[in-house]
Design a protein around this ligand. Structure first.
Ligand code: SF4
Ligand code: FES
Length: 360
């Protein structure tokens, strides 16, 4: 039997008022009529808690697009789960935020597309979105929700990193997650427009190092550097099937957010089979769990139990082989493919990139 998962990401809906070019959701989104009902989610939350899950991340799309978001938080709290709402803020009125507080919501993660209305509204593809988000942030602070700011960084906004950190302080966030864009799902469509330059990445690392020192005790800073500029991969999901699972809007249970991009895997639905069975025995979960399956290069490597060969979905996206060593790894043959892509993309050929916006 596998160790129990610690966290579950519930993708309540793919609907979203924003259309960010870096969206990591799949290129084919699920329509509203395929979404699970309130009762189906309630049952899954209870099954997750019984399985050992402690933290529930309510995500989307935009989870506030679900009219039953308050009931879903109540259901999650009744199951004894710590609840975190990952939101753009659009659709959260003061009244709904107060109801979420009453329902027992523990934490809010607010996304930030930019530090000015011009930048944020351009990236989100939603005019007026920034001003609405700032109002929502005021109400989050007034109610007193613990707040994490999620800033996805890329070529167009990485130079604004100091102002982004200042904004986290101004909004009263306890934590900021500065995540350089991960090229999965829709973001792959816009990779060349989003790819930062090496100079930007080096400058960002200096800014983060200085801010971590300077703001110790005031703000926790998590920095996710861009994969393509790293020498070794991250332990994606802390290792496949080890600590977390995702449930998509129609109830499909995935080992990670992008696992559905791996065509040979078979995924099961929480409405067809108990969650515990899927976690412990599901073919998709066992495909890359642990280290037995690792290629020879990783088997004999001192980082084998640190990164577990990296990200399966990245190996799939870049090399077309989910069983290969993550091409981020300097030791892998696939690194040449990544370096080649980077050489083409790191120097922008246009000042204002043309994004392909995400639409449902
Ligand atoms: Fe990680 Fe495999 Fe590279 Fe070693 S060879 S650093 S285990 S990806
Ligand atoms: Fe799927 Fe990394 S996103 S393993």
């Amino acid at each position: 039997m596998a160790n129990p998962p610690l966290a579950m990401l519930a993708e309540l809906t793919h609907r979203c008022p924003l259309s960010c070019p870096y969206c990591s959701n799949p290129t084919e989104l699920l329509a509203k009529d395929t979404e699970l009902s309130t009762d189906q989610w309630r049952d899954i939350f209870q099954q997750a808690a019984d399985l050992g899950v402690l933290q529930l991340h309510l995500s989307g799309g935009e989870p506030a697009s679900r009219t039953d978001i308050i009931e879903l938080v109540v259901a999650a709290r009744e199951a004894g789960l710590y609840t975190n709402l990952i939101t753009s803020g659009i659709g959260l009125t003061p009244k709904r935020l107060e109801a979420l507080d009453k329902a027992g919501l523990d934490h809010v993660q607010l996304s930030l597309q930019g530090v000015t209305a011009a930048m944020a509204d351009r990236i989100g593809g939603y005019k007026g979105g920034f001003d609405r988000k700032m109002h929502v942030a005021d109400h989050i602070a007034r109610i007193g929700f613990p707040l994490t700011l999620n800033a996805v960084m890329h070529r167009a906004n990485l130079d604004d990193l100091p102002a982004t950190i200042d904004m986290a302080l101004r909004l009263g966030a306890r934590r900021i997650e500065i995540a350089c864009v991960q090229f999965q799902g829709w973001a792959l469509t816009n990779r060349s427009a989003l790819q930062p330059s090496r100079a930007q990445v080096d400058a960002a690392k200096r800014v983060v190092k200085d801010a971590i020192e300077r703001l110790k005790g005031d703000l926790v800073i998590d920095f996710v550097p861009p994969d393509y500029y790293s020498d070794f991969p991250k332990a994606c999901m802390n290792g496949w099937g080890s600590t977390g699972l995702n449930v998509t809007p129609d109830g499909t249970v995935l080992p990670c957010h992008a696992a559905a991009t791996i065509p040979h895997l078979t995924f099961e639905k929480a409405t067809d089979r108990p969650l515990a069975e899927i976690w412990n025995d599901g073919p998709a979960f066992n495909a890359y769990r642990g280290t037995d399956w690792l290629p020879d290069l990783c088997q004999s490597c001192e980082r084998r139990d640190i990164d577990f060969g990296g990200c399966r979905c990245q190996a799939m996206a870049v090399l077309g082989d989910a069983s290969a060593t993550d091409p981020v790894c300097r030791k892998s043959a696939g690194r040449a493919v990544l370096d080649n892509l980077l050489a083409q993309e790191e120097t922008p050929t246009i000042d204002v990139p043309d994004y392909v916006y995400r639409k449902l």
